[in-house]
Design a protein around this ligand. Structure first.
Ligand code: ADP
Length: 459
């Protein structure tokens, strides 16, 4: 088995379960192959030289972690500027929020070049390299230019928008050309893959060789959808552990006979949180029986607060929640509990399980893992209902959820009402199918599928 080299913007210690996400997904293969995980250290060096950063290496069991510091200038242009101020909004269809003119591209190129330069001497000929996400699209092209011949795969955790939206990025041609330095490119959904296929045809003037193989810019690559999952066994174990049980009991005690609706997100404009809160207001207006008897808990963890669009969404949400509580609240009932905080991971399943209606209603999302966590945390005998945006990647496979268009406030309120009234038997049937799907396509299945396809690609 070839050694796995993972490259992502941030690196986490795969021995720590609290690291969550990618660390849990990759730990097994990193450990088995004595792998290497490379990325930014999280350190910002004030006054540091752009394009330079100290390399730190440390052992994490059988795996090695290698991280590089970023100068302030590189951080502000590569990370905050181009990655989170241009690519993130455009990839989530928010061209209106993208800051195209600030010259961030130079920093984005510079940091990708530096990563390639620092990584190259650490590589062995037989390595398999797996690069993650929009921060690092040009990394393979930079490595190839320095002579790297190893297999390199790329997975995009965000959506890929349709060609004409991609075309708004001034450097779109360069970016998409850079993708062709990879042997395999993975997307979250079939929709993202279809956008890529159309891009290749309409903008790069190339024909697909077949449904999954594309030739353009003198190279051939394979592209497929690999919907990411969660570690179902780990999350099920968390659900049954003491901390989650305590949280479940105290939440039920606090809200007594009230029905709970819950949203858990990073405070990001892609998550559709204000739209969700407006749908809840519509529910109270249209179906007055829910007044006093239903409470929306919205937990939104602080995120990217120095980017303007994030400060704006925070203000909008505070205003909205305040006005609903003022208009509808009573001495003994607060309609919306808005909590601007990160909840300890061990408590989350208890909250999900205490909830009658899980609201996962992003305007656009690559996958959305909260939807999958919510399903795993439910009591199969009396499960809550998942209301899921059709614009989340998760909706492609989770058809037994109640799908909504989050832009349609009235329609979403109707579906929430349907969820609140759903008979137990129907809830059980839907939950059983959803849980099976989340189990079948868990994070280990995702990792294995991608790495098998990468091993076979181009051979
Ligand atoms: P994204 O990666 O865009 O933030 P996902 O839904 O794919 O969205 O993943 C979010 C992860 O972060 C999930 O594991 C979820 O449990 C966790 N999370 C999100 N918001 C919070 C919060 N407020 N408190 C604790 N954990 C959170």
């Amino acid at each position: 088995m070839s050694r796995l080299v993972v490259v992502s913007n941030r690196v986490a210690d795969p021995r720590k379960v609290a690291a969550g996400g990618l660390a849990v997904a990759l730990a097994e293969t990193l450990n088995e192959t004595g792998g290497l995980w490379f990325g930014w250290s999280g350190n910002i060096v004030e006054g540091g030289t752009p394009g330079e950063g100290e390399l730190h290496t440390q052992q994490a069991g059988p795996a090695t972690l290698a991280t590089v510091d970023l100068s302030r200038e590189d951080h502000d242009s590569y990370y905050q500027g181009y990655s989170n101020g241009v690519l993130w909004p455009v990839f989530h269809y928010r061209v209106d929020l993208a800051d195209f003119d600030a010259g961030y591209i130079a920093g984005y190129r510079r940091v990708n070049q530096m990563f390639a330069r620092k990584l190259l001497p650490l590589l062995k000929d037989s390595d398999t390299i797996w690069v993650h996400d929009y921060h690092l699209i040009p990394l393979a092209a930079e490595l190839r230019a320095m002579g790297c011949r190893q297999k390199i795969g790329f997975f995009l955790h965000t959506p890929l928008p349709p060609p004409l939206l991609l075309a708004t990025i001034p450097q779109q041609d360069w970016l998409m050309r850079a993708l062709f330095a990879y042997d395999l490119v993975g997307f979250q959904s079939e929709v993202d893959l279809s956008h890529f296929a159309r891009y290749v045809e309409t903008e790069a003037g190339a024909q697909p060789l077949d449904r999954h193989r594309f030739r353009a810019f003198g190279s051939t690559l394979e592209a497929r959808a690999f919907p990411i999952g969660i570690d179902v066994d780990e999350f099920a174990a968390l659900t049954h552990a003491q901390e989650a049980r305590d949280t479940y009991a105290s939440t039920r005690e606090e809200y007594k006979r009230r029905r709970l609706l819950m949203g858990v997100d990073r405070l990001d404009y892609s998550k559709g949180i204000p739209h969700r809160v407006r749908a809840f207001r519509e529910l109270l207006a249209q179906y007055p029986e829910n007044r006093h008897s239903a409470t929306l808990i919205q937990i939104a963890s602080p995120s990217r607060e120095s980017v303007d669009a994030y400060a704006d969404i925070r203000r909008e949400l505070e205003h909205l929640c305040g006005s609903i509580n003022g208009d509808y609240g009573d001495l003994d009932w607060m309609p919306v509990r808005y909590i601007h905080r990160t909840i300890a991971r061990k408590r989350l399943p208890g909250l999900y399980r205490a909830t009658q209606v899980g609201l996962v209603t992003p305007l656009r999302d690559g996958m959305n893992l909260v939807a999958k966590e919510f399903i795993v945390a439910q009591d199969p005998a009396d499960p809550g209902v998942l209301v899921l945006s059709r614009f989340a990647g998760a909706a492609e496979r989770l058809k037994e959820a109640l799908l909504v268009n989050p832009y349609d406030t009235h329609g979403t309120a109707q579906v929430i009402q349907q969820a609140l009234q759903m008979p137990r038997e129907e809830r059980q049937q839907r939950h059983q199918k959803l849980l099976q799907r989340v189990r079948d396509e868990d994070v280990h299945w995702w990792r294995r599928s991608f790495l098998q396809a990468l091993a076979a690609a181009g051979g």
